[in-house]
Design a binder for this molecule. Structure first.
Ligand code: ZN
Length: 250
């Protein structure tokens, strides 16, 4: 066995595959990356996000994101992992998630929401991508093995930073499947309702995005709308989820 082969065996052991039940979907799935590895991955991507954006801290809006985020995380399907919520200084209306519970909302997005319920719906959608393991799966699907390895096994040789740059671009550029988006929409509504917010918040936010589209403002960078414009069909689905969870709550 060559050294390279031996290294491969060691790495395969490190990525020991296991079958587990997805807490958000209830389906069994193959988890190639363990939760501690997923969190290590998220930490490296978080460092990259902080190299690219100014993070707003210590003001009312930053506190608001953290306060709503903490409630949503508690109501999520993975309350055991420590979630992190950051407000990023940006003119793009945007929100996105990295594996391991790292959630980002931009100042431009906060600028167009009317209330906490809309923000709770958006944050819930992003937390949903983490709870349903969409984020970690996105990394597994779009990054090569050596990039994943560098991202998970943080070394002090600069490899993790390079891998995090590629991973962050994958988050921004590739997006999720339509099925994952619908699922994150439903989980977002569920978590917002569970945290005590009006479950129609996400639907109201979608109405606002549709109005912006009609005015010729397209928020292409927005993770939620990037690959799938807010169609009336999607909005109606979200209203259906809201009716379901509003009824379940009372
Ligand atoms: Zn999404």
């Amino acid at each position: 066995m060559t050294r390279a082969m031996l290294a491969g065996v060691v790495l395969l052991t490190a990525f020991a595959a296991g079958c587990a039940t997805n807490p958000a979907t209830g389906r069994s799935q193959l988890n190639v990356i363990t939760t501690p590895q997923e969190i290590a991955m998220g930490r490296n991507i978080d460092a990259q996000v902080r190299r690219q954006y100014a993070v707003v801290t210590g003001n009312q809006q930053a506190d608001r994101i953290e306060r709503i985020g903490a409630k949503i995380a508690e109501a999520s399907d993975r309350p055991g992992i420590q979630h992190h919520f950051a407000l990023l200084e940006s003119d793009d209306v945007n929100a996105f998630a990295a594996p391991g519970g790292f959630i980002y909302v931009t100042t431009a997005l906060v600028g167009i929401v009317e209330n906490d319920a809309e923000l709770a719906g958006v944050i819930g959608h992003e937390v949903g991508h983490v709870s349903a393991f969409h984020s970690v799966r996105q990394m597994q699907q779009h990054l090569g093995y050596s990039i994943l390895r560098d991202l998970v096994f943080d070394k002090d040789d600069g490899k993790a930073a390079g891998a995090a740059d590629i991973a962050f671009n994958a988050i921004i550029m590739t997006g999720f499947s339509r099925r994952d988006e619908y699922q994150a929409d439903e989980l977002g509504v569920k978590y917002a309702a569970g945290a005590g917010y009006d479950p129609y918040g996400l639907a109201n936010f979608f109405v606002k995005l549709q109005q912006r589209e009609q005015e010729g403002i397209f928020d292409k960078a927005f993770e939620i709308v990037m690959s799938h414009p807010i169609t009336s069909q999607r909005r109606r689905r979200v209203e259906g989820y809201a009716a379901k969870y509003a009824a379940g709550k009372r």
